[in-house]
Design a protein around this ligand. Structure first.
Ligand SMILES: NC(=O)c1ccc[n+]([C@@H]2O[C@H](COP(=O)([O-])OP(=O)(O)OC[C@H]3O[C@@H](n4cnc5c(N)ncnc54)[C@H](OP(=O)(O)O)[C@@H]3O)[C@@H](O)[C@H]2O)c1
Length: 347
């Protein structure tokens, strides 16, 4: 009989997390139980602990990103089987009726957000991208968001000559978005600190701008204008950077494609509102919970793209240690500030 252990957040603002026994997750229809081999820190995990946001009932087990080995699958699951190496994106510890996230030895995940992790990718590498590729695929490819054409399941797409602006290319979300947009045929323009310019270019960005420079919106607008190319849309890959994108879209006016949309990392249904200074005529795209595009990426794309090396698990994992005891240190390291890095714990 398997025994579960978790790193528990026992109350609002409580630190450190407590490592203690946990109930074994229930195998519900459409779900998969995974033995965790690596987990990663997401900004929201740190914010739940330090800022006391989102969670209302405690104790909880946080964690969106996980990799590991399939322990059990419900009868209706066909995409993975017991013993498979997998990557997975869970709803985290605060989902109503949920069974906790990945900060535990065994976690349960909706089968739509689990896929085989090819042998060429380590558990500590695959765990870098799981939630962030989901966010990027919703914003870039969902019909309700930017609705870009998708990358091919296998092989390369010809460049389509259209620019996409991805603000915050050195975030994990931005790093996934740069690669996926480029693979879908777009010319990617992005922003980062100067020390990450080469990093963004290695991922496939054609132009990188320093977001810390005064007048950065003007600079981007003028540079895009001078190319005579159209902007297909823009995506703010860090909280509230969508405002900067919206200013670029507004200023470019008619040279932006008909959608005039800006993708965001702002989730629907958590009490956020569209910023008061959001420009008229620019569409604000929420990060929707349910997304055909994200499900497609998990079902049809990610395993193949990792296996043939088109998609890289970037930025590199910064592995803090091995064992649930290291999760608090990992949260603290994220809170000290990261730059093109994903904080990971191995189990
Ligand atoms: N809803 C979900 O399931 C979900 C899942 C994952 C992520 N997210 C959200 O997506 C966002 C990104 O998450 P992440 O994990 O990818 O972030 P991250 O990697 O932890 O973000 C750190 C990076 O942010 C960049 N940055 C900070 N402010 C910036 C600005 N004003 N302009 C451009 N770049 C900026 C820094 O770039 P430089 O080092 O170059 O300065 C740094 O490398 C977060 O808001 C997160 O909450 C949501």
């Amino acid at each position: 009989m398997a025994i579960n252990t978790a790193a528990w957040l026992t109350g609002k603002h409580v630190r450190p997390l407590s490592v203690a026994s946990a109930p074994m997750p229930d195998l519900k229809p459409g779900s998969v139980i995974v033995v965790t081999r690596a987990l990663a820190i997401n900004p929201v995990d740190a914010a739940i602990q330090t800022a006391g946001i989102i969670a209302t009932d405690y104790p909880i087990v946080m964690g969106l990103d996980g990799t590991g080995i399939v322990h059990a699958v419900s009868d209706d699951v066909a995409n993975v089987k017991v013993g498979d190496r997998v990557l997975a994106f869970t709803a985290g510890g605060t989902a109503p009726g949920g069974q906790g996230g990945t900060f535990q030895q065994y976690f349960c995940v909706d089968s739509k957000y689990v896929a085989v992790l090819p042998d060429n990718v380590k558990f500590t590498e695959g765990v870098v991208v799981t939630s962030c590729l989901t966010v990027a695929s919703i914003s870039l490819f969902d019909e309700k968001c930017l609705a870009f054409s998708r990358p091919l399941a296998a092989g390369q797409v010809f460049p389509n000559g259209k620019i996409v602006l991805i603000w915050a290319g050195a975030t994990v979300v931005g790093s996934c978005a740069i690669q996926m947009a480029k693979l879908a045929g777009y010319e990617v323009w992005t922003t980062s600190s100067e020390h990450n310019f080469d990093y963004c270019k290695d991922l496939g960005a054609a132009h990188v701008f320093n977001y810390k420079r005064p007048g950065i919106v003007d600079e981007i607008v003028q540079t895009i204008d001078a190319t005579g190319k159209s902007l297909a849309g823009a995506f703010g890959a860090h909280l509230w950077t969508a405002n900067d994108c919206a200013q670029v879209v507004r200023r470019l006016g008619d040279s932006v494609e008909h959608t005039r949309a800006v993708g965001t990392v702002i989730p629907e249904g958590y009490g956020f509102s569209v910023p008061e200074d959001w420009p008229e005529g620019v569409k604000f795209c929420w990060l929707f919970n349910k997304s055909d595009a994200a499900e497609w990426v998990w079902r049809e794309w990610i395993t193949k793209a990792l296996a043939d090396g088109r998609m890289k698990c970037k930025p590199d994992a910064d592995v803090v240690g091995r064992g649930l005891e290291f999760v608090q240190e990992a949260l603290d390291r994220w809170s000290q500030g990261v730059s093109a890095s994903k904080i990971v714990v191995e189990l």
